[in-house]
Design a protein around this ligand. Sequence first.
Ligand code: KG4
Ligand code: ZN
Length: 351
Amino acid sequence: MNILGIETSCDETAAAVVNSDRRILSNIVLSQIDQHRPYGGVVPEIAARAHVEQIDGLIRQAMSGAALDFNDLDGVAATAGPGLIGGVMVGLVTGKAIAAAIGKPLLAVNHLEGHALTPRLTHDLAFPYLLLLVSGGHCQLVLIEGLGRYRRLGTTIDDAVGEAFDKAGKMLGLDYPGGPAIQAAAERGDAGLVNLPRPMLGRAGCDFSFSGLKTAVRRLLEKQPDLRPEDVAAGFQTAVGDVMVDRAGNAIHMARQFCPDLSHLVIAGGVAANSHLRQRLDELCRARGLELVAPPIDLCTDNGAMIAWAGVERLAAGLHDTLPDALYAPARARWPLDPDATPMPFAGKKA
Ligand code: KG4
Ligand code: ZN
């Protein structure tokens, strides 16, 4: 089974072809970072326009990279949300058009499900497992019990963790995006010289909060303007690490009440690229008798292969609409993985 996957929910235009034997036949990602850099964040209108300009050529490239004709596809998967609505519409409409032209199923995929199922593509991981999704738009701990069975244990009540990295990076005068820049600066810094809060640490449950940490960085820089950015970066990264370990630790405890045999913690999303956080989570997992699974970095950040793979799983399980009904699948700015989770009004501004 060959599935084309299309991803346009944030600032990457991406297309990939994946087959049911877990082979990635092509995987093309075009980042818009240079277009958003002058604004220090993703501008929705610029993103939507850039997706429109690139999507056709990118899909052609993905098809020729896979050495397939459109008629060799068994279905088309496209991100239908959550994300920046203009961008989501571009990818979803394109996917619908291709599906209609070749008369094959359209799979309207939840972007978060794409991240959630990636370790099954890369590591053939069996259900259940605990997912820590940390990106520019999300910070969630979700118990992945089966296909379509997702239990959100915790989420951010304000900013996503990647957003906090990006904002702190901006305050420190570092390059955009702030995450990789903070990691690089932190390697030359001394976390011990900087005193920052650890929001939510020690609290029950496993929700996150990062807006207080961001404000604390600003105040610190106002009060002590001659602090070295490297030291603040190291202090910030260590504070985030402490919070992650505390929250993930509680989540493991909660998850074991539902799944006593839980054996894996998966980390995904752009912030999963952070080697300090990976190391801290690895230590936590060892102490709790779990294995940490981290997909390769290019499959942790937004990509088309994860959407194609979610399509493979859904099609194989018969969890899809047939034409023409599938063509009415809506684009959604918000679309929680766990429909029973309480909505967080200020969180999840971008996917
Ligand atoms: O998953 P992603 O590529 O896009 C979405 O937000 O969906 O994640 C991007 C985020 C940005 O906030 C970026 O600063 C952060 O991931 N990031 C990192 C690192 N690399 C990327 N944060 C911390 N350390 C890193 N090494
Ligand atoms: Zn994402």
